[in-house]
Design a protein around this ligand. Structure first.
Ligand SMILES: C[S@@+](CC[C@H](N)C(=O)[O-])C[C@H]1O[C@@H](n2cnc3c(N)ncnc32)[C@H](O)[C@@H]1O
Length: 221
């Protein structure tokens, strides 16, 4: 098991598979493989189940997460990827926002396995609705599959004073008739118009069709 460079030593690899160090040894969240090496347990992080893992597997080079990061995670669903982010940031906090009741119930159960995860039933388009729980964040990570993805993450970056944003843009959620390339270019343009600097942009193929990860930050970074 070796730490993957570019990940601040927080993500590991072995024979081409990615892993995070489990904060909650012995527990699986979604049937993932558990591997023990010298008394430390690692959870396999499948790029076909997580866009953040897909980004790293596809060669993504920007990874702003560290042990103490406060992360606002928009579109947490049942907490699959968010649980790996919690492994990556054991001394930080992962605020997990989800608006679908059924997914939220599963999210609450996932968050019960990790003290640094907080489930929030909320709408990512209305940051005022959860600002009392979050306060401030270092990073906003977004995977919401709806329209106006660039504006939603920028609104949250501004509301919580975050330095870094990471958005998995799903082209088909914006417009099924336009080409994915034009949608990704429009999202990047909008992020720049909102006053941020693009750090990286990468297609998530072959793991996710018509998705791009955009990593961006404040101009002062
Ligand atoms: C593709 S899934 C997220 C998968 C998850 N990020 C993972 O990797 O484990 C998108 C989720 O975003 C949620 N969602 C969509 N729009 C939202 C909004 N405005 N506010 C909060 N959640 C939203 C959906 O209910 C869905 O659970």
């Amino acid at each position: 098991m070796e730490a993957v460079d570019r990940t601040n030593g927080r993500v590991f690899s072995d024979r081409g598979r990615l892993y995070t160090e489990s904060l909650c040894p012995g527990k699986r969240i979604y049937g993932e493989r558990l591997v023990s090496v010298s008394g430390t347990e690692y959870r396999e992080w499948d790029p076909r189940r997580s866009k953040l893992s897909a980004y790293l597997s596809a060669g993504g080079r920007s990874f702003p997460f560290g042990t103490g990061s406060r992360v606002l995670y928009l579109g947490a669903s049942s907490g699959t990827t968010a649980s790996h982010v919690a492994d990556i940031c054991p001394e930080g906090k992962v605020f997990c926002v989800e608006f679908a009741q059924r997914m939220f119930r599963e999210l609450v159960s996932t968050c019960g396995t990790r003290p640094n995860m907080m489930p929030i039933l909320g709408d990512a388009t209305k940051p005022d609705g959860y600002s009392m729980f979050v306060g401030s964040a270092d990073i906003v990570y977004q995977d919401v599959a709806q329209k106006r993805q660039a504006d939603i993450i920028c609104d949250n970056m501004d509301a919580f004073g975050a330095q870094y944003g990471m958005v998995a843009v799903k082209a088909r959620s914006e417009d099924v008739t336009a080409s994915p390339e034009s949608i990704f270019a429009a999202a990047e343009g909008r992020i720049k118009e909102r006053g941020f600097r693009i750090i990286d942009e990468l297609s998530l193929e072959p793991y996710e069709k018509s998705h791009e990860m955009i990593v961006f930050g404040r101009k002062s970074l």
